[in-house]
Ligand binder design. Structure first.
Ligand code: ARG
Length: 581
């Protein structure tokens, strides 16, 4: 997934909206109030009010081809995305400026030993900052210490003895407000957090347990509670010093990594394709040791002639069918501000990672392409992802390629079907579509869960300009070897006419392809995303409209991504999968 180059610098506190490891944990900009507006613009070329582009309760007003957000008092920005600067420098002395919902829209929170009202004077134990009958000891150096009653802990004895979190800590409502490294958490409604444009009204109350406090929470499907902190005048986040609740010994299961630790060897698969057609580079080995190992690509050539389909069992009526298609049930969508973010668990339950190893070898599998689950036993992908000298498997329901999640399902591939007219020339790829038939175990291939679902096949076209979604583990502007986390972004469908203009792809497109993205450049799919989904939504149902196929570079101006037009291949798909599940 290719994002804007500047993302690494301007997307600081997007912890809440997802993006983190790939782009660092720190914030580089301090006061650049409007720096992000053009990013928002990029996401809203249609200028429509539906879906409402205004955040934090802003009311959208449609003006010709533009929109205008009327923001609630304490928010500003084109999309009401930022908290207002209500505290002037120094207003709260050494304390925190917290935003409130009523005038003057802020209050100061002093951090002991600084004392109210202005947090400018030092008075370590006055008033007593220690809770739960903790005793405050005034230390000589203008500091203090709380001596907590038995079992209570935390700097202010605010954490009671049975404060603990279960599972990934989503339900945690305890009072730990300190990171693993001992930093004090910022309040969720502190100006410093809200000002970064990363935070929704949830800062004042939310079902995720956020609110006007600084307790650790896990509102975004992370692995444990975390919080924002201020380090070197920058906004950062970190995991908290929270205790996991004891689990009864019988129910503890150990997670076993799927892959061995051996270093993967190079895959015999890369581009014979001219500079124009960016092929995947098999670069993310699915190791479990936490490191990404870049690989050199081999010189072996990708087949340029159609590969005969692997013989498949003719009929299968034994496998279970899914209840729905195209209805994701994402864990929690707190706020999506920018294109190209770490995907929310369950938001793309049809996204699969297609992984390969040399046929018959004992090497470990590694991610090669994306794919889309369309039926319990069928994955749709790009034909250029398939090479018959490989063994294939797919990972369903996973977000992180490096770790085995509880939600993952690993399923072997029984056979591959490449479009009979798939063809790669020096500057183009035609009929770039293929199907993977998954192997059933006990009559089941993929199991339908919150994290594994099929997408629907489209029935009719979507209009040019529709905002659709792309996702994948492909290369990013900061990591050419791909992203460990599944990323997603919104792109716009571009008309065939515009995309066939001279400055774009002139006569390269045929009716089996379409373009999506932004002619300005920026957000795009990229190497490693191939085969993955471009989905569009209608009546709350997601349809697989495109397959990531090719592009001239990634995110370049006037060179949007080119996608296989799934609609054109409906008959082909139905013919191949027949009545099977
Ligand atoms: N062919 C690439 C792959 O194998 C996908 C490239 C998509 N490029 C783009 N600019 N959208 O992963």
């Amino acid at each position: 997934m290719h994002l804007l180059n500047v993302f690494a610098n301007v997307l600081f506190a997007t912890k809440i909206s997802g993006l983190k490891a790939e782009f660092g944990r720190s914030d580089d900009s301090d006061d650049d109030d409007d720096a992000n507006d053009w990013l928002f613009e990029l996401q809203s070329l249609r200028g429509k009010c539906s879906p409402n582009p205004c955040l934090n309760g802003g009311v959208c007003d449609e003006k010709r081809n533009h929109f205008k957000c009327k923001c609630p008092k304490q928010f500003v920005g084109r999309r009401c995305e930022r908290g207002k600067r209500v505290c002037k420098r120094g207003t709260c002395g050494a304390g925190l400026c917290l935003l409130t919902l009523s005038p003057p829209y802020y209050k100061c929170k002093c951090i002991p030993p600084f004392a109210p009202p202005n947090c400018k004077t030092i008075a370590p134990c006055d008033p007593n900052p220690c809770q739960n009958n903790g005793k405050c000891v005034d230390e000589d150096d203008d500091d203090f210490e709380c001596i907590c009653p038995d079992g209570f802990r935390g700097q202010y004895c605010q954490v009671d003895p049975d404060d603990c979190y279960e599972g990934d800590g989503q339900s945690y409502r305890g009072k730990v407000s300190e990171t693993e490294e001992g930093d004090e958490c910022l309040d969720w409604n502190s100006e410093f957090v809200l000002d970064k444009g990363s935070f929704p009204a949830a800062a004042f109350a939310s079902s995720e347990g956020l609110g006007p406090h600084n307790f650790c929470r896990n509102p975004d499907g992370d692995k444990k509670p975390w919080c924002f902190i201020k380090k070197n005048r920058r906004l950062r986040w970190d995991y908290c010093n929270v205790r996991k609740c004891p689990t009864p010994a019988t129910t503890t299961t150990k997670m076993v990594p799927t892959t061995a630790k051996a270093r993967p060897t190079t895959i015999a698969f890369t581009d014979s394709i001219p500079p124009f057609v960016t092929t995947f580079q098999p670069n993310i080995p699915t190791t479990t040791d936490g490191s990404i190992t870049p690989e050199s690509t081999s010189s072996a050539q990708l087949a340029t002639t159609p590969v005969p389909p692997t013989p498949l069992p003719t009929k299968d009526t034994s496998t279970k069918s899914f209840l729905t298609c195209g209805k994701p049930n994402p864990k929690k969508q707190i706020n999506r501000i920018y294109g190209g973010l770490k995907a929310i668990p369950g938001a793309h339950p049809w996204q699969v990672s297609i992984q390969v190893k040399p046929k018959g070898s004992i090497q470990q599998y590694r991610h090669i392409c994306g794919g889309t689950l369309i039926k319990p036993c069928w994955v749709l992908t790009a034909a250029h992802c398939i090479n018959k000298n490989q063994d294939y498997r797919v990972i369903l329901g996973g977000l992180n390629l490096m770790q085995k999640d509880q939600t993952d399902q690993t399923v072997l591939v029984e056979g591959t079907i490449i479009h009979e007219k798939f063809k790669e020339t020096t500057d183009n790829v035609y009929n770039d579509i293929a199907l993977l038939k998954l192997k059933a175990t006990n009559g089941e291939c993929a199991k339908e869960t919150q994290f594994v679902k099929a997408v629907c096949l489209p029935k009719e076209p979507f209009a040019d300009g529709t905002e659709c979604s792309i996702s994948g583990w492909g290369a990013t502007d900061t990591s050419e070897y791909g992203s460990v986390h599944l990323l997603d972004a919104q792109v716009l469908l571009i008309s065939q006419e515009v995309c066939s203009s001279n400055k774009v792809y002139s006569s390269l497109l045929d009716d089996g392809m379409f373009c999506a993205g932004y002619l300005k450049g920026g957000v795009d799919s990229c190497q490693g995303d191939s085969g993955g989904p471009l989905t569009c939504m209608r009546n709350q149902t997601h349809y697989i409209y495109g397959i990531v196929s090719w592009g001239d570079g990634c995110g370049e101006k006037n060179k949007p991504g080119v996608y296989t037009r799934v609609l054109k291949y409906l008959d082909w798909i139905n013919e191949k999968i027949g009545g099977t599940q």
